[in-house]
Unconditional design. Structure first.
Length: 665
């Protein structure tokens, strides 16, 4: 039996719609001013022409805005259109398509005219199509179409070729407008989470407040950090990240270099959270008070900086939760609580929480309330410790709960785990993620990894943050390495990724002594002792970091990962890549901010490296028949290049690489 319906089945097929994350179960990621280019495969039986639009609905709007799609690959039926989200919130898009009977008629009728065939019947058919379209339009604009229909009936073919004018739509424009009121084939609606620009473009500076006392040998405070914020602000960092600021447990406290025995004056690891003065809701008494934190947040904001707190959901054996909520922890057969282990490492000073315990709902709510507590103090950025050891469903729920109350909140995932796990955390709501950058060293490794991250589907869900080191990680290439290698890693992190960070001042001072235990760990790790840093050291990378952050802010091309393009070079010790502006916002109104950026970096950085780069001039927006200028933003020197092949030479003791602004000469 034939199917019964008031409408005939659609002849159109819409498939392979993107960008989309996890089949549409999670939103696509963007920031304000970052375009969304929607693509889809749209086709129908036969040879009729198709009208296709991408319809976009901003948050809070009742109406959809249509963007006309164009056929990008006609032979493959691929269509695309771009819309620009200009406000934060959840945007929505969908793809609509119609059989374009008028366009099909015009095409077929024109062929007959070209072949000298009579078209009397065709003109009547065209007039009927215009009448049908007019009936779908408001009365005030119908007249133009009915006049065009009358012209066709009179034998005048002008409506076929009429292109209209800026103040008068053509018959074709009006027909296409009328289709929006007709039944359309429609894709599923896809959500796009649009966040503030700092969700994508940011520069982090990590510091341990206890090491920032102006008096060496004494425990620093939050007030000490506040008094020295100008040091960080002057370098151009916009996020100051503090490891856990909570009380530190005494039980099984670790000593220097993670030793099993601590002396009476050893401060312990900030990640062993909680003692008899409080847990995650409290501030370590030696660091200061809640008002001290609020004061730090206010002063930071006045300097264009946000304060990020570490959110580490684990407890020391002294944490109040251990006695108040023992059911929130895993217990061994002998009744003792299971401490953290990463064999052969043992962390007797840390008890993990059990997020699937029988009382999980109360535990989840308590963790959410901790984030809300700190958000109430003005904290809108959280670096989350080891999120991959907690359920994905927990993060999906918690992040949504927090953002419902504090939409601007950003979450950085510290999950050096398998790719699928890292990407899943991004899908369920993490704004940013640490990346494999510490272990991508060679030009081929960097090329492969960042090209992957810059390409869908990764780029639509996963925002990498490039950190050369962390307090936990001293990568092998930086062990006992000269200043030039640190400079190279800083340049690569700051230019490859829109988000990067340094563990400072250890990084800018070139801290390079390994623990000597065969692992990628620092000797005298600041995790276990108070350090005094000589930030006035003339060998500091402070000047380079300041230049890098200035260049990043002033040039929109470095605000995105999407336009990354790696160029060829005949020396594997050199990495050459470019980025172009994505049209986002910038504090610099100068048009130079829209220029292409070309980076040539010495990834080996222990010896002079030279080579010939072969540039894809089309990717740089350069006319291959004309000379072009490359201006080094680090040295303020300019060069005139011609053609695609050009010679570069980098001396590591002078500079780690070139950051060129490319303009047509």
């Amino acid at each position: 039996m034939a199917p019964r319906s008031s409408l005939a089945p659609s002849r159109l097929v819409i498939t392979d719609v993107g960008p989309v994350v996890d089949g549409g179960r999670h939103p696509v990621k963007r920031v304000v001013g970052e375009p969304v280019t929607v693509q889809a495969t749209v086709f129908a039986d036969g040879h009729d022409e198709i009208r296709c639009v991408v319809s976009h609905k901003p948050p809070g709007s009742r109406s959809w805005v249509a963007e006309v799609a164009v056929a990008t690959e006609p032979g493959l039926d691929r269509w695309a259109a771009t819309f620009m989200p200009l406000v934060e919130g959840v945007h929505r898009y969908r793809v609509l398509a119609w059989i374009d009977e008028w366009g099909s008629w015009r095409q077929g009728t024109q062929r007959k005219i070209d072949a000298g065939v009579a078209i009397d019947s065709e003109l009547l058919e065209g007039a009927a199509l215009l009448d049908a379209a007019a009936a779908r339009l408001p009365k005030k604009v119908r007249e133009d179409l009915t006049d065009a229909a009358a012209a066709l009936r009179a034998g005048d073919t002008t409506p076929m070729t009429d292109v209209g004018s800026p103040d008068r739509p053509s018959p074709t424009d009006l027909v296409h407008r009328s289709l929006e009121n007709a039944d359309a084939a429609t894709s599923k609606t896809v959500e796009v989470l649009v966040e503030r620009e700092r969700a994508l473009f940011n520069a982090w500076y990590e510091l341990f407040p206890r090491s920032w006392s102006p008096t060496p040998g004494t425990h620093g405070t939050l007030r000490d950090v506040e008094a020295q914020l100008a040091y960080v602000a002057d370098m151009g960092f916009d996020i100051v990240y503090l490891p856990p600021v909570h009380p530190i447990g005494r039980a099984f406290r670790k000593g220097p270099d993670n030793s099993q025995v601590a002396g009476p004056d050893d401060p312990g690891s900030p990640w062993a959270i909680g003692d008899d003065t409080g847990g995650h809701e409290a501030i370590h008494p030696e660091l200061g008070s809640m008002e001290d934190l609020r004061s730090l947040v206010r002063t930071a904001a006045a300097n264009g900086i946000e304060v990020a707190l570490d959110f580490a959901l684990q407890c020391s054996p002294d944490h109040p939760w251990v006695t108040q909520h023992p059911q929130w922890f895993r217990h061994r057969p002998d009744g003792s609580i299971q401490y953290a282990e990463n064999p052969p490492k043992k962390y007797q000073d840390i008890y993990p929480l059990n997020f699937v315990c029988d009382d999980w709902e109360a535990l989840w709510a308590a963790c959410r309330d901790l984030v809300l507590l700190w958000a109430a103090q003005g904290i809108t950025v959280f670096r989350v410790d080891n999120p991959h050891t907690k359920p994905f469903a927990f993060w999906d729920w918690l992040i949504a709960e927090v953002r419902e109350r504090h939409p601007d909140t950003l979450f950085l995932s510290e999950a050096f785990s398998r790719p699928a796990i890292m990407h899943r955390l991004a899908e369920v709501g993490f704004t940013l993620s640490y990346s494999y950058f510490p272990w991508r060293v060679s030009s081929s490794e960097l090329r492969q990894y960042f090209t992957e991250l810059a390409t869908p589907p990764s780029v639509d869900r996963f925002r990498p943050s490039a950190w050369p080191t962390t307090p936990d990680i001293l990568p092998w290439q930086l062990m006992d390495a000269p200043r030039s290698v640190f400079a190279s890693r800083a340049l690569l992190a700051a230019t490859l990724s829109p988000s990067y960070g340094i563990y400072g001042p250890a990084f800018e001072l070139g801290e390079n002594r390994p623990a000597g235990n065969g692992k990628e760990e620092f000797a005298r790790s600041e995790k276990y002792e108070v350090r005094a840093w000589d930030r006035s050291d003339p060998e500091s990378l402070r000047g380079l970091l300041t230049d890098l952050n200035r260049i990043r802010v002033e040039h929109r091309a470095l605000h995105t990962l999407r336009t990354l393009h790696v160029h060829d070079c005949d020396n594997d010790a050199l990495l050459c890549f470019s980025k172009t502006s994505h049209g986002g916002t910038s504090v610099d109104p100068d048009q130079r901010a829209d220029a292409s950026i070309l980076v040539v970096a010495n990834v080996e950085a222990r010896a002079v490296q030279a080579g010939t780069v072969t540039l894809d001039l089309g990717a740089l927006g350069v006319d291959p028949e004309r000379a072009y200028q490359v201006h080094d933003l680090l040295t303020d020197l300019s060069y005139v290049w011609t053609g695609e092949r050009n010679y570069v030479e980098l001396h590591p003791e002078v500079q780690a690489g070139h950051i060129f602004r490319v303009t047509q000469a």
